[in-house]
Design a protein around this ligand. Structure first.
Ligand code: B12
Ligand code: SF4
Length: 603
């Protein structure tokens, strides 16, 4: 049965309005776009939906026909929600009663939004798709403003806007993608009253909800403080999407383009992490993932050792307890940096022994694991140009000098690959001030990865100035049409290399060749301009790279002179030697281990 209730925010499609909830609805209703909530088929599906345009949704539907299936609690609320929603819920439950607050899927909003509702709070990661990587692929394929995720986010906002009770409640948006609404000034269009920048634990956030409940006018944008103490960070005690539980906040490497690094560097207490892991399992989750910018800083924040020398024992102990928690069947890594793999290869090996059996990721053509399992964290490579690296991320490779960045990447990748870690590595194309020479150096590094038989899933994206960062005001390449032939070559070479493992079938190479040429003729040529032509021919394999190089149509790349691990370790400052682990070998000849040094001193 449906009722029609007049409202100034009337239903744009004049759809019949569902019947009001019998209990008048909840005072505070929390939700998130369906494509950010789903807990299906691993991380990849959400990342794909952030990048593919809506007209390619059929590809996802065919590959994952059940992706829309979600689970409910007996009262109709969501069985799982992104960690951000869970923390808003937990923060609110410090002040409001359980039956005042609910977290529900977008399709169930009508069951909870009623005359009693005063706030609808939306948590979102990437509502408009204007962040890095997400924007670039939709712009290559066309209709740049509408990735699949964005379509579903907009659908959610349209649904809220059309609610017959819209005049009675405020819409508050938060989460890591809220800034996109501020930056595009889409408040009216999406019917958003206020965007909160910052964490829900803050007392300012609670104050905002109080105001909204009293019907007061809200400011368009509120910046709330990030807790400075680890004890002030809350943990979910219900199930989260992908079993996400926070492990750290902040990073410490200070890359100029980075948003999460603006937060204080905190590693969260193990007992709280474990409680949240158990809560996930209790509520039916079988998978866990610790959210972090760099997993390797955990256990080494504000200790006597610099954070970039990982605390091996603490990390192995934490991950061991997680994967051995009864009920945890799958575990996925989130983000990390690459220098720790060079600093402590034995740590990587010990983590592999622990984590591979529970990894849901399989790389049949790459992994040496008996079941072909692999680990695939996300790591920033960003650029192969030392000049550019110095400018935008001078501490990315510490304790090693940024002068050695290409060697750190190659040596780190060697260690990771040997232990069945095949990371996704992001690259930024079109950084402000990027010259052709910078791009050539990045292409050199990519060719060197190939030459050495190493593998990373390379994810190039176009520079996006992110809000509040030190590069917020800087201009780089804005659209794919502006990319130079070299930048296109880099982009297409990355994708060609990514598809290598998929090409070991008889049909694979042919499908790519025909598919990409067809796409080019049909659509891409017009969209991306003439600079795209030769790189796409290279990608498709229609003309061999050797021939294209001979014809002068692509840059041939040149071999890099690379430092070995021993040489990299030898380049460290002597004051850092004390943090090296002897069991990794390669110690500098002049190095005297602490025990021996003490013995010499007492002679
Ligand atoms: C886990 C994760 C993922 C996972 C799972 C996401 C999920 N749905 O659960 C996967 C791998 C799928 C993913 C995908 C992507 N991600 Co992601 N992801 C993360 C990561 C590591 C943790 C997110 C998290 O759960 N944190 C813990 C929760 C508690 O934090 P939170 O969500 O921010 O919530 C807090 C506040 O924001 C606030 N809050 C949240 N919601 C609300 C709502 C209201 C009303 C209020 C008041 C407050 C509030 O309170 C919470 C704390 O109390 C972050 C980095 C990070 N450390 O945050 C990157 C991060 C958020 N992702 C990022 C990006 C770019 C993406 C992708 C676009 C990447 C890509 N190209 O594919 C996609 C987009 C996916 C999509 N659906 O569109 C960027 C966002 C950059 C930006 N600011 O725009 C980040 C910051 C990574 C980075 N280093 O840059 N991601
Ligand atoms: S290493 Fe990654 S998380 Fe850390 S500051 Fe740099 S970009 Fe940010």
């Amino acid at each position: 049965m449906t009722v029609n209730v007049p409202s100034k925010h009337s239903n744009p499609n004049s759809q019949p309005v569902p019947e009001a909830p019998a209990d008048g609805g909840r005072m505070i209703v929390l939700t998130a776009p369906l494509t950010e909530v789903i807990d299906h088929a691993g991380y990849f599906i959400q990342m794909a939906m952030a990048s593919l345009p809506i007209w390619m949704e059929g590809v996802i539907n065919r590959k994952y026909p059940k992706w829309r299936e979600v689970e409910h609690n007996p009262d109709g609320s969501a069985r799982f929600m992104p960690a951000g929603v869970r923390l808003v819920e937990k923060s609110l439950l410090r002040e409001y009663r359980n039956d005042d607050v609910v977290a529900c899927f977008p399709d169930d909003l009508h069951k909870f939004v009623g005359p009693r509702t005063r706030v609808v709070a939306v948590s979102t990661h990437n509502p408009l798709g204007v962040t890095f990587a997400a924007g670039v692929y939709t712009s290559i394929f066309g209709s740049s403003k509408m990735p699949i995720n964005s379509h579903y986010a907009r659908e959610l906002f349209a649904r809220i806007k059309a609610s017959p009770y819209r005049d009675n409640f405020k819409v508050i948006v938060g989460g890591s993608g809220g800034w996109q609404i501020i930056q595009t000034d889409t408040y009216e269009e999406l019917s958003v009253d206020c965007v909160v920048e910052g964490r829900s634990e803050s007392s300012d956030t609670l104050e905002l909800f109080r105001k909204a409940i009293q019907g007061e006018e809200l400011p368009r944008r509120v910046d709330v403080k990030h807790p400075m103490e680890r004890e002030a960070i809350l943990f979910p005690d219900t199930r989260t999407t992908f079993g996400v539980v926070e492990m750290t906040t902040g990073c410490g490497r200070r890359c100029k383009f980075c948003v999460p690094d603006l937060n204080p560097q905190i590693d969260l207490p193990k007992d709280k992490i474990m409680e949240a892991v158990r809560a996930n399992v209790r509520n039916g989750n079988k998978q866990i993932s610790l959210a972090t910018e760099d997993m390797f800083i955990w256990g080494q924040v504000h200790t006597d050792t610099p954070f970039y020398f990982p605390n091996r024992e603490a990390l192995v102990d934490l991950y061991s307890d997680i994967v051995n928690t009864p009920g945890v069947e799958q575990h996925v890594l989130s983000h990390c940096t690459i220098a720790p793999a060079v600093v402590d290869p034995l740590l990587i090996k010990q983590l592999s022994d622990l984590l591979l059996p529970k990894s849901p990721i399989h790389f049949p053509y790459l992994s040496s694991h008996p079941e072909k399992k692999a680990l695939a964290p996300l790591i920033g490579l960003e650029t192969g140009s030392v000049r550019m690296a110095k400018q935008i991320m001078s501490s990315k490779g510490v304790p090693f000098s940024i002068e050695d960045w290409p060697s750190v990447v190659l040596e780190g990748l060697r260690v990771l690959n040997e232990n069945n870690w095949f990371p996704a590595m992001t690259l930024i194309i079109g950084n402000p001030g990027e010259t052709d020479q910078d791009v050539r150096e990045t292409i050199d590094l990519v060719y060197e990865i190939e030459r050495r038989g190493l593998f990373a899933f390379l994810v190039p994206s176009i520079f996006t100035p992110l809000h509040d960062t030190r590069m917020e005001k800087e201009e780089g390449v804005r659209q794919t049409k502006q990319l130079t032939p070299l930048q296109w070559q880099l982009m297409m070479k990355c994708w060609k290399m990514n598809l290598r493992p998929g090409q070991y079938s008889w049909w694979g190479p042919m499908a790519w060749r025909v598919g990409s040429l067809g796409m080019w003729l049909y659509k891409l040529r017009g969209l991306n301009g003439p600079n795209f032509t030769w790189p796409l021919l290279m990608f498709s394999g229609a003309i061999s790279e050797k021939n294209l190089q001979r014809m002068g149509k692509i840059y041939p790349g040149k071999p890099l002179k690379v430092k070995t691990r021993r040489e990299l370790i030898a380049s460290l400052k002597p004051k850092d030697w004390q943090y090296l682990r002897a069991d990794n070998g390669d110690l500098p000849i002049e190095y005297v281990p602490p025990v021996a040094a003490r013995a010499v001193a007492t002679l």
